[in-house]
Structures are given as C-alpha cells and as structure tokens.
Design a protein around this ligand. Structure first.
Ligand code: ADE
Length: 229
C-alpha cells in the first residue's frame, strides 16, 4: 500500500477524486481515506500545515496502515533561480532547517535523538516519480528539501536555508514525514511543485499559483500509481 500525505486539501483533491472503494477513518484528528487508485492500494491523508501536524499524521498512518512507502506531495518555494513556478522537485534528502541547538555546539539543523541533519529519501521510488513527472510533461528536477515551521518570504532567510543545507525547495512538512519514516523504517519520498520564489513576492505568487502547482504534483502522483507503483 502507498501512503500519500499532503498538507492541504488543494494538494490532495485530484487524488481523492480518483479514489475507488473509499473507506474513511478519523484518528488523532486526521481523516484517512483508504481504497485504490488505478487499481493500486493507497491511503490518503491531508495532514495540515507544519511539522507537528505532519508528524502526527505520518506516525498514525504508519501504525494504522503499515504502508510500504509514504509519499509527500504538494507545493513548495524555490530556493534557487534555476527553478521556476510549476517545475517539480523530487527530493534527494530532507532537512529540518528550523531545528537549532547551535548554542550547545551542534550544527544548525542537527536533530538530536536521531542524531542527524539529513533525512534519507528512497532513490528507487524517486526514480519512478521522476519518470511519472516526465510522462505528464512536467519539468522534473532532483534537489534537497528544507522543511520548517515558517512560510519563507524574505530573501536573507531564503539564502541562508539554500546555502546552509544545499536545499532547492522550502516547505513545511516533508522533513517531519521523512523523520517519522526513518523511525518506522518506511521508505519516504517528497514531490514538490514550485508555487513561489520564497522571497519578497512569495505571498502573491503563492496565491496565484499554489492550486495549479498542487495539481501538477498530484497528476504525477496519479501517473506514478498507474504506471510504476
Ligand atoms: N510552501 C510553498 N511555498 C512556501 C514557502 N515560501 N515557504 C514555506 N513553505 C512553502
């Protein structure tokens, strides 16, 4: 079974429309929809915005459904000039850019207990997601994902995240989902279509493009399920 998580309803809508034999279950405040898309077993969940919401959803999904893989689909802010609105980044690794115990001598982004900065993402499933993106005509790029509990819209913050973590995209959930997947030994992937430039104009660009970007990512997810899952 493929677990699919999105922060917002607009990121899940196209997938939910395609769900067959849907069964609904609400646990820990999260509604899980299980069934099949293109004949492939899936569980869908809109986790809400931010790392804690994402972690609660991912952990609950892991315990209830034991998915073989969890894929986080949605939108994100571009951290470099080579990325344009509606391009899609398939994550190479995830970081939690807002974790900071540097006052105690740790590197910024270092997550104690699991004692790491980078959270792994499945290369095998990411290769298939990239194929699915190409099939749908989207521009697919590989890059690191930086997650934190902020909507990044300030050039200095953007530059610091890009440089410190070598990241291509900022968003607010993927690093938490990858963290939960690591703890539960579940392969994880992150797919993020660019909705804005994470700088001065980000709020306006996001308002204009978030829904279209969300659909680009969701269409690739559907193609992945049809052809590669
Ligand atoms: N998701 C989409 N755009 C974003 C941004 N600029 N910062 C954080 N999350 C986002």
């Amino acid at each position: 079974m493929t677990g699919i998580l999105a922060a917002m309803q607009i990121e899940m809508a196209l997938l939910a429309e395609r769900l067959e034999n849907a069964e609904r279950r609400t646990v820990s405040g999260v509604e899980f929809l299980s069934g099949a898309i293109a004949g492939k077993p899936v569980v869908l969940a809109v986790c809400g915005i931010g790392k804690v919401n994402a972690a609660v959803c991912a952990q609950t999904m892991a315990l209830l459904y034991h998915p073989d893989v969890m894929i986080n689909t949605g939108v994100g802010g571009a951290l470099n000039r080579t990325l344009h609105v509606l391009d899609v980044v398939v994550g190479t690794y995830a970081v939690q850019h807002d974790v900071d115990t540097s006052a105690l001598g740790d590197e910024k982004g270092f997550v104690s207990t699991v004692n790491r900065l980078r959270f792994p993402l499945s290369e095998r499933v990411s290769d298939d997601l990239e194929r699915a993106l190409v099939d749908t005509g989207a521009r697919a790029v590989r890059g690191a994902i930086a997650s934190g509990d902020q909507f990044v819209s300030e050039p200095d913050a953007k530059a610091a995240i890009a440089e410190r973590f070598g990241a291509s995209v900022c968003e607010m959930e993927g690093g938490a989902i990858a963290h939960v997947c690591l703890l539960n030994e579940i392969p994880c992937c992150i797919l993020r279509a660019i909705s804005d430039g994470a700088d001065d104009g980000a709020a306006l660009t996001y308002a204009e493009f978030a829904e279209r970007a969300a659909h680009v990512s969701a269409k690739a997810m559907i193609r992945y399920l049809e052809a590669y899952a």
